[in-house]
Design a protein around this ligand. Structure first.
Ligand code: ARG
Length: 460
């Protein structure tokens, strides 16, 4: 009696629990298309070098086309007993085309097969993520441009520091997401290398043309060491690290959106469709989407920890531990893609409340540095100017006034070098416009940066 798919070597069947424990088909089946593409590239190369008869190649191509159609229509019957996506597809192929199907695995192992599948699948996902990162940047650029002249308090230590343009603030996130996209592009080169031909671990005695397979799969090169090719998942870890950073950036933005939407700030409102109500408090509109995104950043960072820990104790070459790479990787991709898509849409729809932002900047003496700089221009050493302004702020605060609301005579008591023109620098917009250094918050800079980003991203 044959106990399972392997061979005559096994004398007892796997228990149902062990079967379930070791099977991956429930989740790795989502790589089916990569599996078929990799198999077809392998089969064509086998035929090209004369290992596989042309008729067998034709049969394999025919069978794979049918399998793809079956999977797409949902008619394909995935079997847990066949463990993973690779064995499921190969078994069906043999069922459909007979011996040709049995010849497909010549010079190949599931070890180089699975490593190839993950890389092909991940490459496609990296491209999708890159597109989504571009979409989010474009959406932020639109809002930034519209709000180049809107003043909000800039913070350090979450204490009001200096006035900044709301557009400038959003452009900080465009910078972050542009680096995230650059990291994705960089990781892609290392993902896009071909493990096939490494076979189980040592290479193979068949005269395979690995370069041909790499070319036909659009890969940039072949993995140059068979042991490394089947065993390392550093490319997946690296991708997850880049994804974690992108989620951390989303999480920081989320934290700000939550704060800004609080009644105590009131800087923005999120579109209703991104908020939820409370089952008990009728007045509530909660920023669930950014809160969840902040939470999901933790989940992706968790996957990074999971994957990197998965790798650390593994001796060369392949170990079954590596089957555990898939669920965290898949969930990272799903989470990041959904989050980027939803943020591009949500950010495009935020309602900005300039009056609330300006009032908050005024309450926090955001232009105190400008007054100090004004005195420096009149000849005071900066440290003295700093001290003088501290007294002025103290006096203004005692009267519940902004610096710009103090009469000239009062200001002149702190330093007689102060004249009527001081009110230009004490105004929020005056302060904003003054900061025109490259990368500064002046609206002219903000517009220049928006233009630069648009140029970089190309036509929409
Ligand atoms: N499902 C396996 C994985 O994800 C495929 C490779 C299995 N190889 C093996 N020798 N058991 O890693």
């Amino acid at each position: 009696k044959k106990s399972q798919g392997w061979s005559a070597l096994f004398s007892e069947p796997m228990s149902e629990l062990v079967q379930r424990y070791t099977a991956s088909v429930d989740f790795d089946r989502r790589m089916w298309r990569a599996d078929i593409d990799g198999s077809l590239a392998h089969a064509r190369m086998l035929a090209h070098v004369g290992i596989l008869p042309k008729d067998d190649l034709a049969a394999i191509e025919r069978g794979m086309a049918q399998i793809a159609a079956e999977i797409e229509s949902g008619a394909f019957e995935w079997k847990l007993a066949l463990e993973d996506v690779h064995l499921n597809i190969e078994a069906r192929l043999t069922q459909l085309v007979g011996d040709a199907g049995k010849r497909l695995h010549t010079g190949r192992s599931r070890n180089d097969q699975v490593a190839t599948d993950i890389r092909l699948w991940l490459r496609g996902e990296i491209d999708a993520i890159t597109e989504l990162l571009v979409g989010l940047q474009r959406s932020l650029l639109d809002v930034a441009e519209k709000n180049a002249d809107v003043v909000m308090p800039g913070y350090t230590h979450l204490q009001v520091a200096q006035p900044v343009s709301f557009g400038h603030h959003l452009l900080a996130y465009v910078e972050m997401f542009s680096r995230d996209a650059a990291r994705m592009a960089d990781v892609r080169h290392r993902v896009n290398q071909l493990p096939l031909g490494a076979a189980a671990l040592a290479g193979t005695s068949y005269p395979l043309d690995r370069e041909m397979v790499a070319r036909s799969l659009g890969m940039e090169g072949v993995c140059q060491n068979s042991l490394d090719a089947v065993s390392d998942r550093d490319f997946a870890i690296e991708f997850t690290a880049a994804a974690s950073l992108a989620m951390v950036h989303i999480s920081r933005l989320s934290e700000e959106l939550v704060l800004w939407m609080s009644q105590n700030f009131g800087y923005i409102a999120l579109p209703d469709r991104f908020t939820t109500g409370s089952s008990i408090m009728p007045q509530k509109k909660n920023p669930d989407v950014p809160e969840l995104a902040r939470g999901k950043a933790g989940r992706v960072v968790g996957h990074l920890m999971g994957l990197i820990t998965l790798m650390k104790g593994q001796p060369l070459a392949y170990n079954k531990d590596n089957q555990e790479d898939k669920e965290p990787l898949f969930d990272t991709v799903d989470t990041l893609k959904d989050t980027l898509r939803i943020f591009a849409e949500m950010m495009a729809g935020i309602e900005v409340r300039p009056a609330a932002m300006e009032a908050a900047a005024r309450r926090g003496y955001a232009t105190a540095t400008d007054l100090a700089d004004y005195l420096v221009k009149k000849g005071l050493p900066f440290r003295d100017a700093h001290e003088t302004v501290a007294h002025a702020v103290k006096a203004a605060a005692a009267q519940g006034l902004d610096l710009s609301e103090l009469p000239l005579e009062t200001l002149r008591q702190f330093n007689p070098a102060i004249h009527e023109d001081v009110y230009d620098v004490l105004s929020l917009h005056g302060s904003l416009h003054a900061r025109g250094t490259l990368g500064g918050t002046a609206p002219v800079q903000v517009r220049a940066q928006v233009a630069r980003h648009r140029e970089r991203l190309g036509p929409a």
